[in-house]
Design a protein around this ligand. Structure first.
Ligand code: CTP
Ligand code: CA
Length: 232
């Protein structure tokens, strides 16, 4: 079936979407961040809302206007995104983690601007961030969350350990979500671009290829897959 941006199949469904990229502060003016623009998550929110969903959007550092008919919670760091996401997930039937969440953050955050002083530069010590998606999956497993559908996104590049899809399948199994949207990144692909290509990997073994096209089209395909997984 052709993805349809306006199928009325999400009417009244409560959908939580995270978008953008988190920033981990080093001091009041500096941060470690990533190139996610938030477009894919915002397009998802637009399509889900157009299909009748009640959409909450947790937006990390996204420089885009709120999509029509959605509630937007603006956040910056992973800790802020985590709190907003867990709070909103309590009454969501669907959670789509489209945000690029930092895996690490600086161990310390200077209260005032770091000066270069006369000393030699020091390394930035990093610590692991919690995995919000894994926490959602674990919360559902222990009955704390009733979320029917949990979707992850994975931006992958091929490397010596395998191609984009091999990494995607392993990640789906590791994360334990219902659907993983895998896209190839790097060399001008995906980040900040209006177009995206992807593969939708289902926990049921399904695999749907979405050719390079507008992010809105990939968003519609994700909504189709989500609608198919929702209990009636
Ligand atoms: N994610 C998350 N919390 C994190 C890191 C990632 O919720 N601390 C979510 C992302 O929003 C995304 C999914 O997990 O939906 C996959 O992110 P990705 O970075 O591809 O996976 P990682 O497990 O962090 O693996 P990698 O080592 O490839 O970065
Ligand atoms: Ca990661």
């Amino acid at each position: 079936r052709r993805p349809d941006a306006l199928s009325p199949d999400l009417i009244g469904r409560r959908v939580l979407i995270t978008a953008g990229g988190t920033r981990e502060p080093l001091d009041p003016v500096r941060f470690l961040g990533n190139r996610s623009s938030g477009r894919q998550g915002f397009d998802l929110a637009t399509v889900a809302a157009a299909r009748g969903a009640r959409v909450t959007l947790v937006a990390a550092n996204v420089d885009l206007p709120p999509p029509a008919g959605t509630e937007v919670l603006r956040v910056s760091s992973t800790e802020e995104l985590r709190e907003a996401t867990h709070g909103a997930a309590k009454d969501a039937e669907v959670v789509i983690m489209a945000a690029a969440v930092a895996d690490f953050r600086p161990l310390t955050r200077a209260r005032s601007k770091i000066k270069k002083s006369d000393a030699a530069p020091t390394a930035i010590e990093l610590v692991r961030n919690p995995d919000v998606l894994a926490e959602l999956v674990a919360g559902r497993a222990t009955g704390q969350l009733n979320t029917a559908v949990i979707v992850g996104f994975a931006a992958e590049t091929g490397d010596e350990d395998g191609d984009v899809l091999t990494h995607g399948r392993a990640k789906l199994a590791r994360k334990g979500c219902d659907l993983l949207v895998v896209n190839a990144v790097g060399e001008g692909k995906a980040f900040g671009q209006p177009d995206n290509a992807g593969v939708l990997l289902g926990a049921d073994g399904s695999e749907v290829q979405i050719p390079l096209g507008p992010k809105m089209v990939l968003a519609a395909a994700v909504c189709d897959a989500v609608a198919g997984l929702l209990p009636r």
